[in-house]
Write a protein that binds this ligand. Structure first.
Ligand code: GAF
Length: 364
């Protein structure tokens, strides 16, 4: 059996900008989806997944199931359609230690791990760019979530000890060294996921597109803050708010990159706080539980700032925290959250990692 891994990702800043021609600043993290791959004895593909059970399918006739299996089958489907791959029977053994729903993009990690395994094992010869673009296409077309390119991009292109500044319009990118000094990035998972999540995501995408039409521009790159103010009375309230988030979030991504390059890591906290406010008030993708965690963290000694991460409507919060205070902060936020909502929040310390690759022996 050959083994391949793809990392989850943490987005430092640039939320809901990747499908709006914007900027993002993600990091690949040391949590992986691992795919073991070998030939099967017949023409079927057998998938065994720790935690999710087993299933099999005929790669000649694939259709969506409406479940997590679509992240796997979607990759076969897109490779068949776009690269005319005639798959032999295969056995895939999938394991993951990327926490689900914690804003670390476990779904993109499955897609990228599967495409990297198929590419390596069958010698398909895909470039890095093809791996992330085809993974995104599988999610858009087969899974039916209209996600941007960020998650798949960083799962393929990640680099240990670096964040990636990515222009999602041109795909130009720059690796920015992550020097956190006495600070670190931590995650608190609210463990709530409101029903809106996928539908709400697609709806925000539509609203952001409609806002562009109302402002009379083709891309958010043509819209400045002063134009936003000037045209305020000519557009709907929703369009104004969505555009306000996208335009200001892009500025915050540039500021965050500057902080990573030139100043103290602790200053990142201030920009994260601003991002959260914008996501909660202008883009309206947060929820009570996540806002509570943000408000609680902000009051704790050792935290310089925090914000919701990922698609929203639940999920996790990212905070910049003094290394020496992490345990205390985790303990306090868990107690307060449990008191208020009766939920035991999960907490994670984050380390950066390299992008998807073959490994000599299983990591998980
Ligand atoms: C999800 C999507 F998959 C990303 O493409 C991105 O839009 C993110 O939500 C919000 O920034 O993770």
């Amino acid at each position: 059996m050959e083994y391949y891994v793809a990392p989850g990702r943490l987005n430092i800043i640039g939320e809901h900008t990747d499908y709006n021609d914007g900027f993002v600043l993600p990091v690949a993290v040391d949590r992986y989806v691992q795919v073991g791959i070998t030939k099967s004895e017949n023409h079927l593909v057998y998938v065994a997944s720790q935690g999710f059970g087993e299933f099999s399918f005929d790669p000649k006739s694939i259709s969506p199931s409406g479940s997590w299996k679509d992240y796997v089958m979607g990759i076969f489907d897109i490779l068949k359609k776009e690269k005319e791959i005639d798959f032999p029977g295969l056995k895939l053994e999938i394991k993951s230690n990327v926490p689900e729903g914690a804003g670390l993009s476990s779904s993109a990690a499955i897609e990228v791990a599967v495409i990297t395994a198929l590419n390596g094992f069958l010698g398909i010869g895909l470039t890095d760019k093809e791996r992330y673009l085809l993974s995104q296409k599988a999610e858009n077309e087969f899974v039916g979530v209209q996600c941007g390119i960020m998650d798949q991009f960083v799962s393929v292109m990640g680099k240990k000890n670096h964040a990636i500044f990515l222009d999602t319009m041109t795909l130009e990118h720059e690796y920015v060294p992550l020097k956190t000094d006495e600070y670190t990035l931590v995650i608190v998972d609210s463990k709530v996921k409101h029903n809106l999540s996928d539908g709400g995501y697609n709806q925000r995408k539509e609203e952001a597109k409609k806002a562009l039409e109302e402002f009379g521009v083709r891309s958010y790159r043509e819209l400045s803050l002063s134009q936003l103010f000037m045209k305020r009375s000519q557009v709907s309230e929703v369009s104004y708010k969505r555009a306000m988030h996208v335009v200001t979030e892009n500025e915050r991504v540039k500021e965050a990159m500057d902080i990573l390059k030139h100043s103290n890591f602790e200053n990142l906290g201030r920009v994260l706080n601003q991002s959260h406010e914008s996501l909660a008030i202008e883009y309206e993708v947060s929820c009570d539980e996540v806002n509570f965690i943000v408000d609680t963290l902000k009051e704790l000694d050792g935290v310089t700032g925090c914000r919701m991460i990922g698609g929203g409507f639940g999920g996790a919060v990212l905070a910049v925290c003094e290394k020496s205070k992490v345990e205390e902060v985790f303990e306090k936020v868990k107690v307060e959250y449990a008191k208020k909502y009766g939920i035991d929040a999960d907490t994670y310390l984050i380390e950066s990692a390299d992008g998807a690759r073959q490994v000599n022996r299983p990591l998980i």
